[in-house]
Every structure is written in C-alpha cells, then in structure tokens.
Design a protein around this ligand. Structure first.
Ligand code: NAD
Ligand code: 89V
Length: 343
C-alpha cells in the first residue's frame, strides 16, 4: 500500500497523542510539522524524528510534498488554516472545536466542498471503544426502540494544568468538553430537533461555565439529557469517562464507571467489560481518549482510500457544532432553541 504523507500544524499538548497515533496508523505517516512556537517545534520534531519543520503554515504549503494536513492548533486559527488547505487543494483534518462560530464552520465546509477536498473534524470521542460498544448494542436491537437517554461527564479533574487556555475563555465546558458529549448523543440517538440548556460557573478561578445541563429532543422522538461538569468531586474520579443510560421499549443499556456495559432485556442482564486498550504510548486515565485518537486517524486513511465520507466530516460536524451554539443561546435567553432552523 502507498503510504500517505501528512503534515501536522500545531505541536502543542494534544498533538503529542496525534503524532504517536500517526506512528501506529497503517497507510500514513507525518513528513513535516509546523508551529509558530520554535520551542514546541523542536520538542515534537526531536521526539518524533521529523526534519522538515516550519514556523509558518504558508511556507509549509508553499513547499508542499504531502497528501493531507492535520490541524492540531487551538480554535482561533482553524478557519484560516482550513481555508489555506482548501486553496492548496490539500485534504484536511481539523481539531475540535471546529470553529469559533457556526457561520465560520459553514464557510469552512463550503471552502473545502468548492475545492473538492475531504474535510474531517477530529471529533474522536465517538471512536472510544465503550461508545462504539453502546452503538453496536443498540444496532443489534438488544433494547428495542430507545425513547430516553442520558450522556453524562462529571468530574473534578484538573484539566487546566495541561490546557491553561481552558481557564481563560468566556466559554468553557460546552465548547471544550460538552461538544464531545453532544456529538456522542447525536451518534447514539440521532440528530436533534430542539434543545434547552442551563449553565453555571462554580470554580471562581476560571472565566467560563464549568457546569451545563442540556435537554435534547431528537428527531426520532427520543429525549435525552447531556450533563457535564468539572465541578463534581466524587469518591472515585471518573475522568475521562462518559457514562450512558439508555431506556428502550424492550430493555435498557447502562455504560457504567469503570467501562462496564450492562444490557437488560427479557432474557435477563449481561455485563461486559468494554475497557479501551492501553496502547504502548498511552497512560491512564487518558488511554480511553488516546485509543480513540488512533481510531479516528486510521478511519481518516481508510475512508480516503475508499473515497468515502468520514464519520465526522465537516458537514456532519456542523450538526454537532449547532448544538454547542444552541446551548449557549438557550442558557443566555432561557429559551428552547429550534436547532433545525440553524442549519
Ligand atoms: P496547545 O495550545 O497546547 O497547542 C496548540 C499549538 O498550536 C501551540 O504550540 C501553538 O503555538 C500552535 N499554533 C497556534 N496557532 C498556530 C498557527 N496559526 N500556526 C502554527 N502553529 C500554531 O493546545 P492543545 O491543548 O494541544 O489543543 C489543541 C486543540 O486540540 C484544541 O482545539 C483543543 O480543543 C483540542 N483538543 C482536543 C482533544 C480531543 O480529545 N479531541 C483533547 C485536547 C485538546
Ligand atoms: O477532549 C478535550 O477536548 C479535552 C478534555 C478531555 C480535557 O476536555 O480538552
């Protein structure tokens, strides 16, 4: 198989996981890296043995010699860099949050569509082994038609030491973490018609909200609750597990803390261990996320080879991003938001 050549822009905290995962992915490898911070460029270049190093993305694209770009910068630069990829006709992966606003995100999808290049958002949480297991259980009709769900992420883990920018933005938990949980809700129960949200800031040392409770009306008639918190101290810290409850016409599914999958129906209850693998370069408790980084990057290559759309394509992610914007709007106005009208 011909190995696809990739370039990675943004050599920060999370890019280390992406670089490790690219080493494991079959069919692709990273040949060039870019970061405007020379220190980060050196750290990542030396750690992963990459000689082609750029401080400026325009210079990277001008030199070319790669088949896709993996944009791992923070959100401020996503639109500029995705549009740069489109101008250069280079297929692009863009980290979440896809954009600063839904109108930026729509423009980015449009630019890539017009350029005829694939665009995938690195929305990796749906690729976690336990989340895939829940989806499979639902697809194999173990609980009939789902009518209710809960997607919950409650933690007191200190995310600010690794990602200090998370304490500084006007928006925090919905934009950074809830975006994943909302995507999982869509992935499991389908697209959303309308949404109502409430938010709170409990930690006085950060600027944005660290608690959100969101009620979703799915197009298939199911109702779900997405609840996220970084202000919840528990006896056993669950970070970074998403816990799921689903009630269906014929039974229930529970994804419990410690990666247990419990399915109850007329046949009784089965409990399965759906723990993620601990990859050679991974470390607990991040291994669940790290394995999903490998999975989404392998999916990128596999779908490029097949010429097929990616699960989290730019246009798919508009529907998740709309939920983020709708949640902030709902919390600010105290109203239910018609999500369909935003798309
Ligand atoms: P970071 O600040 O540690 O790293 C970003 C890097 O990008 C920095 O080194 C910065 O110098 C560089 N950069 C920024 N703009 C640039 C530009 N225009 N050209 C070249 N380099 C540029 O941030 P991080 O914590 O690694 O987060 C990066 C992204 O990854 C964020 O969007 C974040 O939300 C996302 N993230 C995703 C997950 C996940 O599971 N999907 C987890 C953590 C972070
Ligand atoms: O996945 C993320 O985007 C991370 C974290 C899990 C820490 O919220 O920022």
């Amino acid at each position: 198989m011909t190995e696809l050549k990739g370039a990675l822009i943004g050599c920060g905290f999370f890019a280390i996981n992406q670089m490790h995962a690219w080493n494991d992915v079959s069919g692709a490898g990273i040949v060039a890296i870019c970061d405007r911070d020379p220190e980060r460029l050196k750290i990542v270049g030396d750690q992963f043995g990459i000689d082609r190093r750029y401080g400026d993305a325009e210079a990277l694209f001008a030199d070319g010699g790669f088949d896709f770009v993996d944009i791992a910068t923070t959100v401020q630069s996503h639109r500029t860099l995705v549009e740069m990829a489109a101008r250069n006709k280079v297929p692009a992966i863009c980290q979440k949050p896809f954009a600063k606003t839904l109108s930026d995100a729509k423009a980015m999808v449009e630019a890539c569509r017009n350029a005829g290049i694939p665009l995938m958002v690195h929305e990796n949480f749906r690729w976690q082994t336990p989340i895939q297991a829940v989806r499979k259980a639902l697809e194999t009709d173990t609980i009939g038609t789902p009518f209710w769900g809960r997607f919950s992420f409650r933690s007191a883990y200190d995310v600010f030491s690794g990602q200090p920018y998370l304490a500084e933005g006007e928006r925090f938990i919905i934009e950074d973490l809830g975006i994943h949980t909302l995507d999982i809700a869509r992935y499991i129960l389908g697209d959303v018609r309308s949404l109502t949200a409430r938010t709170k800031r409990v930690n006085p040392r950060i600027k944005g909200e660290d608690v959100a409770t969101i009620l979703l009306d799915h197009e298939n008639g199911a109702t779900s609750v997405v609840d996220v918190s970084y202000a919840t101290r528990l006896s056993r810290e669950p970070f970074p597990e998403t816990l799921i409850e689903l009630d269906g016409s014929e039974g229930t599914i529970r994804l419990t803390q410690g990666y247990g999958l419990e399915i109850t129906n007329a046949k009784g209850t089965t409990t399965t261990d759906v723990s993620p693998k601990l990859l050679s370069w991974a470390s607990r408790p991040w291994h669940n996320i790290q394995e999903s980084v490998y999975a989404i990057q392998q999916h990128w290559v596999d779908q490029l080879e097949r010429g097929a759309e990616h699960s989290t394509s730019g246009s798919d992610n508009l529907k998740t991003f709309a939920l983020v914007e709708a949640a902030y709007d709902s919390a600010a106005r105290g109203q239910t938001i018609d999500v369909g009208a935003m798309l």
